[in-house]
Write a protein that binds this ligand. Structure first.
Ligand code: DAH
Length: 329
């Protein structure tokens, strides 16, 4: 019997050590439960001589105490571990704040431009980035061998058959004017934000990938005064109500007369964008009668506007993907 008690202790030690919280009580019951092996021994003590009963009884009681202690110890160990685990997963603790995205300054300025012009009744119209040479140049009164094409260094995509239908990465958003006017008759009031491309060396003020924002209004009796009014409105909305704009004569093949817009900003005149009255030939190209209708158009570099607004000194930062840059806006 003594050997059996020793065996029970050993078995209990192994079984309890291998138990988790749910199996701990059933494991212990196998030994010290009502029908447990040790309990059976205690129950059978009555059959023994007084001396034996005393000795074995003593040993069996010791064994029972030892097994109970094992259970208590194991229970404590398991609950401490569980508590530690719960602490680690405490959903009530303040977490590490998630990294949130940021709007690019180009997006911010584009949205501001859209809101400044839609409140004047302009609608957004978009065109493709891979454009036909016809819409990017010819229809805008820039024929193939015209020196004005040199103003727009071009990424050519595909040479068309017999020199027709060649494709390119649009060098400006002006072809959207053509696309829209081919589909719609006046009155027309559209704005067209989008990405544009130039094959040119990059530096602090030139990037081969950048954004423009085109505006076009065509109706009866539209004059330079309307154009000036619209430009003043959005320049003040974006750069501040104290900012002044002025027109300076310039040249674009698709407008006549053409102007540059300068803005008085931080104590100096800065060139901002091109604009002008839509050239009668451009209107004829899209089947709008220039003796009945007139219109104005403008094209502003979105990065350039953002650079003025936020005092950014290098256009290449916009495409750098550097979080230290974008998180500032
Ligand atoms: N497309 C011109 C450029 O990229 C900008 C421009 C000038 C657009 C005059 C216009 C305009 O619509 O009327 O330089």
């Amino acid at each position: 019997m003594e050997a059996e008690i020793q065996k029970i202790i050993e078995e209990a030690r192994q079984s309890i050590a291998a138990s988790d919280r749910s199996s701990l009580i059933p494991s212990a019951a196998k030994f010290i439960g009502r029908q447990g092996s040790l309990t059976e021994i205690l129950k059978s003590l009555g059959n023994l001589s007084i001396e034996e009963r005393k000795r074995i009884g003593e040993q069996a009681n010791q064994a029972k105490i030892a097994i109970e202690a094992m259970v208590t110890e194991r229970e404590q160990k398991l609950s401490a571990a569980q508590q530690k685990q719960m602490m680690r997963r405490d959903v009530g603790l303040p977490g590490i704040p998630p990294v949130v995205g940021h709007l690019s300054p180009v997006t911010i300025v584009t949205r501001e431009l859209i809101s400044a012009l839609t409140e004047l009744g302009f609608e957004v119209a978009e065109g493709p980035e891979v454009e036909l040479e016809l819409y990017n140049f010819d229809m805008l009164n820039i024929p193939a061998d015209h020196p004005a094409r040199d103003q727009w260094d071009t990424f050519w995509v595909k040479q068309g058959k017999d020199g027709k239908n060649s494709t390119l990465l649009r060098t400006h958003t002006s072809p959207v004017q053509v696309r829209y006017m081919l589909q719609h008759q006046p009155p027309i009031r559209i704005i067209s934000p989008g990405r544009t491309f130039r094959y040119e060396a990059e530096n602090t003020s030139h990037s081969s990938v950048f954004n423009q924002f085109e505006g076009l209004m065509v109706d009866k009796g539209i004059s330079v005064a309307h154009m000036k009014g619209v430009i003043d409105h959005f320049v003040k909305k974006i750069l501040g109500s104290e900012v002044k704009a002025r027109l300076r004569p310039s040249f674009f093949p698709f407008t006549e007369p053409s102007f540059e817009v300068d803005v008085w900003f931080n104590g100096q005149w800065l060139e901002l964008m091109g604009c002008g009255m839509v050239h009668p030939q451009v209107l004829r190209n899209v089947n709008i009668d220039p003796s009945e209708y007139s219109g104005f158009a403008f094209g502003v570099g979105t990065e350039r506007l953002a650079m003025l607004k936020y005092d950014i000194d290098d256009i290449r930062l916009f495409l750098s993907g550097d979080p230290r840059f974008v998180t500032q806006f």
